[in-house]
Design a protein around this ligand. Structure first.
Ligand code: AMP
Ligand code: ZN
Ligand code: FE
Ligand code: FE
Length: 286
């Protein structure tokens, strides 16, 4: 069994890539995909760690790209991407810088509103490769302004709330293209969270090849509905826990949602079929 949706400290998870690997091994999983938001920085350390420990654990190189379409957050998972693909790394670098600037603006906004959180602390809490709203939220919790991260999102940093700053422009179509160019298989993450199946169908037109049907917050009815949709559109069916660390109580526990090994075999096959696209960047000016 594989958990195909796992975060680490490289983005907004609370568990380091090495610890994630230890936990997955301890649970007896066959493998996992580290799907950090907008970064591949967790993959190498995880791979190195499992090599050193000699774990027979299969690590799927992956990413979760946080795109936005109008008022909707659209997350695109990419499986079997090449984490060294230069165009991918180039764009991720830009996104990382935009994320940093956005964190600066949000902290300034909070300060003007009278919430004393410091950028240094947010940077420390981010620790890993990319800064995000969860790190700002944790600083707010630490200072006692809110009781939980969800309260921080609900009252201050969620979309449309007083300290919210719109994201850098990054649309789902570009996210799908990035995954494909990096030789990966694009999958629409947690369609149920979009709460709009017309939008889901529109997104599927972008060249998405799989649907994350199994997800902690999908009801049995949603699972049924998305299974039918995937069958009708001949999409791969994936799933994962969206683990962010046990104490965060955000989404599922590691291994709480898993898929069979055959799902990973299909993803691997599809990725191999797009090898041609993956190699495209090799020809681009060295
Ligand atoms: P950002 O990409 O910086 O805009 O932050 C969005 C990310 O914050 C999402 O991908 C989630 O992982 C995380 N997030 C959203 N809502 C919450 C919440 N209530 N508690 C914890 N994390 C959250
Ligand atoms: Zn997250
Ligand atoms: Fe997500
Ligand atoms: Fe996620």
């Amino acid at each position: 069994m594989y958990d195909l949706h796992v975060h680490s400290t490289a983005s907004d998870g609370l568990v380091s890539p090495q610890e994630v690997v230890d936990e997955a091994w301890g649970l007896g999983l066959r493998g996992l995909a580290i799907t950090d938001h907008d970064t591949v920085a967790g993959i190498e350390p995880a791979q190195e760690h499992l090599r050193q420990r000699g774990y027979a654990l299969d690590l799927v190189p992956a990413i979760e790209l946080n795109a936005e379409l109008g008022p909707n957050e659209v997350h695109i998972l990419g499986y079997f991407i090449d984490p060294a693909c230069p165009p991918l790394l180039g764009r991720l670098q830009e996104i990382k810088e935009a994320r940093r600037q956005r964190a600066v603006s949000m902290v300034e906004k909070l300060n003007r509103l009278g919430y004393r959180v410091s950028l240094d602390r947010v940077r420390e809490l981010a620790g890993g490769d990319v800064m995000g709203r969860p790190h700002i939220g944790r600083a707010l919790v630490e200072q006692g302004y809110v009781a939980s991260l969800s309260e921080a999102f609900a009252r201050l940093i969620g979309m449309g709330k007083p300290a919210y700053v719109p994201r850098y422009k990054f649309v789902p179509a570009e996210a799908v293209q990035m995954v494909r160019r990096a030789g990966g298989v694009p999958v629409l993450a947690h369609p149920g969270l979009l709460g709009n199946d017309v939008l889901v169908e529109e997104l599927l037109e972008l060249g998405i090849e799989g649907l994350e049907v199994y997800y902690p917050e999908h009801s049995p009815q949603e699972v049924e509905r998305y299974l039918r949709l995937a069958r009708r559109r001949r999409l791969l069916v994936t799933g994962g826990s969206d683990y962010h660390g046990a104490v965060l109580h955000y989404r599922g526990g590691l291994g709480s949602v898993v898929v069979g090994d055959e799902v990973v075999a299909s993803l691997r096959e599809r990725a191999a079929a797009v090898e041609g696209r993956a190699d495209a960047w090799l020809g681009e000016g060295g």
